[in-house]
Design a binder for this molecule. Structure first.
Ligand code: ASP
Length: 290
């Protein structure tokens, strides 16, 4: 079994001035997850470590720097799934610095999706790092919201998939949703099968893009199903995006690892930042365009 990690910074347009930050952020996230694997950590621990880096980086629409909703507030969604089909998810929460860590605690407690005040209460009870809800509003996001600026570097989910040395897969996602989304709106990110999926017998997937398009095609599970018959993850990812385009015309991306540790990804946005690493590589490979 070859331990492998792949992370993404979202399907979006990356303007020239943001290429370096997207590259560096995804590389740092992959490094953090990889360090966990090298230290003997599990796939879920590595997914959490990688996504925490992206949640703390204002370059990405997750945690600090998340896009603002119709009320000018940050509402966060995150989920994690293990290849044993165990999962945990949180949605529409405020003042939670690392929603991915709360999703993992929910998974370890008992699988369910907790939203809004109930999710925040669980986060407090399990000792998660909390802050004033305003403290997750980054200056750039506030300026864009206040001035009703066109969002070029469009919002996006962050995600990670890991295969650990014992053959366990895990996938995770985290997002602030879509710009000016209606307060209370929850997209694909917190939904198993849509934003993420992991099955130790087949592979793991994390998606990004238009939640309202991803949900009806159950994009993450669709991509996993395309891995059947030993299909390469690159081809399966492309087939999943093609299916989304032909059925609902959405914009999305996905990353995949199969049960052998092969990685693949595809997107129909302009760009998608990706970084990956496995035990046969000397250093992390990172891209903002395929
Ligand atoms: N998938 C996220 C959502 O719909 C946002 C994004 O990836 O652009 O909430």
């Amino acid at each position: 079994m070859i331990p492998t990690i792949i992370v993404h910074g979202g399907a979006k347009t990356i303007t020239d001035d943001k290429v370096a930050a997207n590259h560096a952020g995804c590389t740092a996230a992959a490094e953090a997850g990889w360090a966990v694997l090298l230290g003997g950590g599990t796939a879920s621990e590595a997914v959490e470590a990688a996504i925490r880096i992206l949640e703390a980086d204002q370059t990405f629409n997750a945690g600090l720097g998340a896009t603002l909703n119709s009320d000018g507030e940050v509402e966060l969604d995150a989920a994690i799934m293990e290849g044993s089909l165990c999962w945990g998810a949180i949605a529409a929460v405020q003042g939670v610095r690392h929603p991915i860590s709360v999703a993992r605690k929910i998974m370890d407690d008992k699988p369910r999706l907790l939203v809004a005040r109930g999710g925040e209460r669980f986060a407090v009870d399990c000792g998660a790092e909390m802050c004033k809800k305003e403290n997750l509003i980054a200056e750039e996001q506030w300026e864009q919201w206040k001035e009703d600026q066109e969002v070029i570097d469009r919002p996006n989910t962050v995600g990670c998939v890991v295969l650990d040395g014992s053959g366990v897969l895990a996938a995770g996602t985290s997002t602030g949703g879509t710009t000016k989304q209606q307060s209370g709106r929850v997209g694909d990110t917190a939904l198993v099968g849509c934003g993420l999926y992991a099955d130790n017998k087949i592979g793991g997937c994390s998606t990004t893009g238009d939640g309202e398009s991803i949900i009806p095609v159950v994009l993450a599970k669709t991509a996993i199903d395309f891995l059947a018959g030993d299909r390469h993850p690159d081809e399966a990812a492309q087939m999943a995006i093609d299916a989304l385009v032909s059925k609902v015309k959405g914009e999305a991306g996905c990353i995949l690892i199969d049960d052998q540790g092969r990685v693949g990804w595809a997107y129909n946005s302009q760009h998608m930042a990706v970084a990956y690493m496995n035990a046969e590589m000397d250093k992390i490979a990172a891209f903002t365009k395929k």
